[in-house]
Design a protein. Structure first.
Lengths: 255, 361
């Protein structure tokens, strides 16, 4: 049984079908990519899985449990962590604090524990800090810990965001266009990072524009066009798929 | 809560003591009355600071919560329940000792609630109403939320003004003192003036410690995350709706506590305490203090409330706070402590350091 199973998922905006009966599954430990030209419905599909959008029909099963249309904070608590195409750092907070917010689901001090500064809440807070620093070290960005996250370079923000998403010790990591805005060196570095994360035992789903990144690291690729799944397979299969080439490069006979 | 905050708290405590000593030497102890009242108002303001500065919400209804606290406590401790001798509810309440028998000025029988019972009832009601208002209203954002909370404030004000139980336009007077422990009592009697000054500032300090702890905790971090990006905070597993609601309720309780104690200190409460102009004043004071700055809000809130209570703004009192709001929004939307006036003044005379000294709590 797959870890994450998407079944006939659909979403329309007015008369436009953004995602139409898309199905695929993600096995444990895989890197699965969703690609497609602009407007193919990639980000919509992504937001349906993470609970940021409500689907019209279809199912999302995580560990055989339906999670479609759950609020996104509950989905996060189940072990699906995500990043954003435009990063969404917590401005006015340091890089370390950003990662510490990522530990939210792994800690439990509430309003009483916080206001009364209870001993167990203090201990938990220390642990949150230590674990978050450890994560920054693991990604090689511990030097940035005390910098205001919003002041970092784009590539560094991307790394901090990854650390923040990993802080919740997720089962599945969902990356929304992680290479957007990165140069080729930063993209190569990102590819290395994603593989490291996979080696930690975390299953990865990414929506991506950057072909070279996808072809390099994915085990399996789903191709969307106008909200429909038109192909699914290994990078080699996809590269040889006629329909995919046509969608990406256009068809001479049309012109 | 951080070394810096502890230092400031110690400094503030010293300042409170020194101020009292100075009024003693200079024979100006009458100032202590307004300083006591200003301390209670500051409890409302720091609570609102949490809502506005950290959770990123606005409330133009906090005088309503202040009013609920003050009015419920005043009504329960002054209303004579001896009028309904055969009411089974009153009888059973008397039996469990919640109602206290006494005598009025003319020797008539008096049956009222004890101050602590009234306190718990007022807080309980505040929590209920804050949840009932907060659950639907906090779904709104920005000026929609401001208008909805304004509506709530208007309702409370009109209830205070129209209901005979709450004394209509006269309000409620003759509210008894509030016994704390070992003979200490919140009351306006002249002999207790110094003690009450310390009680008020003590309660304010406790409120400050609770808030500063919260801001530095996991919850405070989540609130700041919600303020920065609600979508990303949700993706980290933060239940934004619940956190905003709880923050709103906590600040409502702060306002109600201030309302209860100030009412017992003043010996009464009038409808203007629950009025819109009071809510606007609270918002103005949080804004001028810099929204997310508990210390800035506290300093300016106490100072301006003290000046207002001393009558320094005359009949233009409310107009002055309206003016503050306009000027702050135009020239210093981050509060006057973020203007770095000192650095600006120094800049023409030499090297100015670009590093700011902003306080984040």
């Amino acid at each position: 049984m797959a870890l994450l199973d998407i079944q006939l998922l659909s979403k329309s905006f007015g008369g436009l079908q953004a995602v139409g009966e898309v199905s695929f599954s993600v096995p444990q430990g895989a890197i699965k990519a969703v690609i497609g030209p602009n407007g193919a419905g990639k980000t919509t599909l992504f937001n349906l899985i993470t609970g940021n959008l409500r689907s019209d029909s279809g199912k999302v099963l995580f560990q055989e449990r339906p999670i479609q249309n759950m609020p996104s904070h509950k989905i996060a608590a189940l072990g699906l962590s995500r990043t954003f195409q435009n990063i969404k750092m917590f401005h006015g907070m340091t890089a370390l604090e950003n990662v510490m917010v990522g530990r939210h689901t792994m800690s439990r001090a509430g309003f009483w524990g916080g206001m009364l500064n209870l001993p167990w809440a203090r201990r938990e807070e220390k642990e949150i800090r230590a674990k978050s620093l450890e994560l920054l070290e693991r990604l090689g960005i511990e030097k940035l810990a005390d910098n205001d996250a919003a002041s970092l370079a784009f590539g560094q923000q991307r790394a901090v965001e990854l650390a923040r998403a990993l802080a919740s010790e997720p089962t599945v990591l969902l990356l929304d266009e992680p290479a957007a805005g990165l140069n080729i060196y930063e993209t190569a570095e990102l590819a290395r990072l994603i593989c490291t994360i996979r080696d930690m035992g975390i299953t990865i789903v990414l929506v991506e524009h950057d072909m070279s990144l996808v072809m390099d690291i994915s085990d399996d690729i789903v191709v969307l066009s106008f909200g429909q799944k038109i192909a699914e397979g290994t990078p080699t299969e996809i590269q040889g798929n006629k329909e995919v080439i046509q969608v990406y490069l256009g068809d001479d006979s049309d012109a | 809560m951080g070394f810096k905050n502890i230092l400031i708290l110690v400094g503030l405590s010293l300042l409170v003591v020194v101020t009292q000593q100075v009024t003693q030497w200079t024979d100006t102890t009458f100032y202590l009355t307004q300083l006591t009242m200003a301390a209670y108002y500051s409890i409302v303001i720091i609570g609102l600071c949490l809502v506005m500065g950290y959770a990123g919400q606005i409330s133009l209804g906090h005088a309503g919560f202040f009013g609920i606290g003050g009015y419920v406590s005043a009504a329960l401790t002054t209303h004579n329940f001896a009028q309904y001798p055969d009411n089974p509810v009153i009888m059973s309440l008397q039996k469990v000792g919640l109602l206290v028998a006494g005598q009025d000025l003319y020797g008539g029988d008096l049956l009222t609630f004890g101050p602590w019972t009234a306190f718990l009832a007022a807080i309980g009601l505040t929590v209920l109403i804050a949840f009932a208002i907060g659950i639907p209203v906090l779904k709104l954002k920005g000026h929609y939320l401001a208008m909805a909370t304004l509506g709530f404030g208007t309702i409370i004000y009109r209830i205070a003004l129209a209901s005979a139980f709450f004394g209509e336009a006269d309000g409620i007077s003759g509210v008894p003192g509030f016994p704390l422990f070992s003979g200490l009592e919140i009351s306006g009697s002249f002999s207790a003036r110094v003690a009450n000054y310390y009680i008020a500032w003590g309660i304010l300090l406790i409120g400050l410690i609770l808030l500063l702890n919260l801001i530095r905790s996991r919850v405070g971090r989540a609130l700041r995350a919600i303020h920065a990006s609600e979508e990303a905070a949700e993706a980290m597993g933060v239940n934004a709706a619940r956190y905003k609601l709880y923050t709103f309720v906590i600040s409502a309780v702060f306002a109600a506590v201030a309302g209860i104690f100030l009412t017992h200190y003043n010996g009464g409460i009038g409808p203007s305490e629950a009025g819109i102009m009071k809510s606007v004043r609270y918002v103005a004071l949080v804004a001028i203090g810099g929204m997310a700055s508990v210390w800035g809000t506290l300093t300016l809130g106490t100072l301006l409330n003290f000046m207002s209570l001393r009558g320094m703004f005359g009949s233009y009192d409310d107009a002055f706070f309206g003016l503050i709001l306009i000027v702050i929004m135009l020239f210093a939307p981050n509060g006057i402590f973020r203007l770095h006036l000192w650095q600006r003044l120094r800049a023409p005379f030499g090297k100015s350091s670009p590093g700011s000294t902003e306080d984040e709590s």
